[in-house]
Write a protein that binds this ligand. Sequence first.
Ligand code: ADP
Ligand code: MG
Length: 251
Amino acid sequence: MTRIVGVVSGKGGVGKTTLVSNLGVLLAQEGLDVAVVDANLTGANLGLHFGLISYPTSLHDVIKEKASINEAIYKHKSGVDIIPASLSFEEVLETEPKNLRERLEGLGKDIILIDAATGLDRETLKAIEMCDDLLIVTHPELPTISDSLRTKSVAKRYEKNILGVVLNRVTRGDELKKENLSAFFDLPIIGVIPEDHKVRKSIEKKNPIVLEYPNHKISHELRKIKDYILGREPLHYKESLIDKIKAFFRL
Ligand code: ADP
Ligand code: MG
């Protein structure tokens, strides 16, 4: 049976797509049959994180029933199957995604990660609806947290299993700490990812950070999140001395 895990957030720009692309690679490296789906239909960009810039068929064509889901799959060198949405502005859909879950299940994957749209409009709700589990990504600042809490309430209303919260783009100055936030959300904080220019660099290189900089502290943290998703005891991924020194000097 396919497990569908959605990555959601109350605000945009918090790191959903970055998380989906990297976790997709890490899960494929585990030997799992993985697909990542760009369900951000009005703000698609998941393919770009993998260097997939132009493609003849997208999730939009699948939803419009112009193509089968198999025709919208693009294999990445890491083994992940990418189902991108259209990058074109004219492609804004009037059609509702119908039976998308069933169609995704039909692919026979072990796990599918959904890059959801931001906020709580219909597009996001449709994505939440088709997931088994959800992962909330947030920046640890109050306005973003309050939007994330709304996302959590909706997810609960849909009776979805919320795996936990990932704090991304964390800086030393952030006042809201992991322990307080866990109590605030009443959910485990399953990852704390610092703000680091290497994330942008890897996106520019069109290569997820876990491939571009596999020994970077962010890649270690992403592996912990992957383990959590797989229900494993968190492994201790040792940071190298160089990583520690770099982190200290914020290089
Ligand atoms: P979302 O999908 O939630 O809109 P993205 O994954 O596209 O967010 O991230 C938005 C931007 O933030 C990206 O362009 C990326 O460069 C930057 N970003 C994400 N995570 C980090 C991080 N940990 N450190 C620095 N920049 C980051
Ligand atoms: Mg995104």
